[in-house]
Design a protein around this ligand. Sequence first.
Ligand code: AMP
Length: 396
Amino acid sequence: MNKKTIKDYNLNNKKVILRCDLNVPIKDGIITDDTRIKASLETINYIINNGGSVIILSHLGKIKEAEDKKKNNLYPVSIRLSELLNRKVIFSNITRGPELNEKVANLKQGDVLLIQNTRYEDLEGKKESTCDEDLAKYWASLGDIYINDAYGTMHRAHASNVGISKYLPNGLGFLPEKEISRIDSIMNENTHPFIVIMGGAKVSDKIKVIENLITKCDKLLVGGGMSYTFLKAKGYKIGKSLLDEESISFCKDILNKYPNKLILPIDTITATSTDSENYTIKDIDKIDDNELGLDIGPKTISLFCDNLKNAKRVIINGPMGMFENENYAKGTKKIYDFITKNNIKTLIGGGDSAASVNKLSDANKFYHISTGGGATLEYLEGKILPGISAINEKEK
Ligand code: AMP
């Protein structure tokens, strides 16, 4: 990637507009996971330490009606950000207008201003989400340089991350630079075996990722809820297991095209309902009509580990079972244990995978755990992310 980054600019006495992804879960006004705020600190501190002031734009949840403004208010984030930075964070409760202009005009070196949720602008005419030109121009008018650090929203083309880039000198922050370079590195290095493990819920969400990665990897191991649609496509009875009816023909095609590359579960942990305390280990051809498969079984764990034995690089997308319930977390955990014990270079990305690593393993033992669900999925599909392509190339 040859995009400009924050390091290409002299930030001294500059007002830097920084798009962050501060879209954290908030319950009853309390932030329940501040990972994304912490992930933004490196770039914010770099601007402060290099003599700039910081004007932060971020979305939080979706704003479809006036009611949504209350629960998706960035004010609690400004408080947590201030604690983590150990300095005052000025908060603007409005997304445009004279009051905000005045706050910006008064910014001094090292000051940090957080502007209210960019999606408040979606209430009238979806201005943020449709990349409204006037809005982008207005936000650009507030600063001297634009830096996009919001990796989690790189797959969107909104006013605050794509529109604004056109009107200012721009660059990437540290977070997307690291995310993209890690994915590029593992995708492009020419070492084999290269193993991809796919799991999680629905096939339909990941068809394009499978289509892209299967051409590049040596084996694609499929577990989790999505494996049952593949098994059904092969003619197995899957009882009440998760089925993605619309993807059956895709699964048939891919099985025909890559019969030796795709590895499916050979046994499963079944129950009669997701909250049942009773579960049974079953070979894959023994699932009863009233049962559903909720994790990969011990034979599948061995089969998958055999395929991982000499792996030089691995990409994992999605858990092997319903890991939130301890009874169905073993398959995912055993795969992570094998990888960490054998020091296999592994990238975890997209969907719910990061949560499963945090719960079942030691995140520090993986090559990279991506912070962006949708953005990483689209990047693994081989798509160009609009937030990245909007940033200028480095001069040669
Ligand atoms: P994703 O976001 O696509 O990676 O999906 C993650 C979700 O898939 C998790 O919440 C898991 O509980 C769920 N999941 C994994 N395996 C199964 C399964 N066998 N049946 C139902 N849900 C599953």
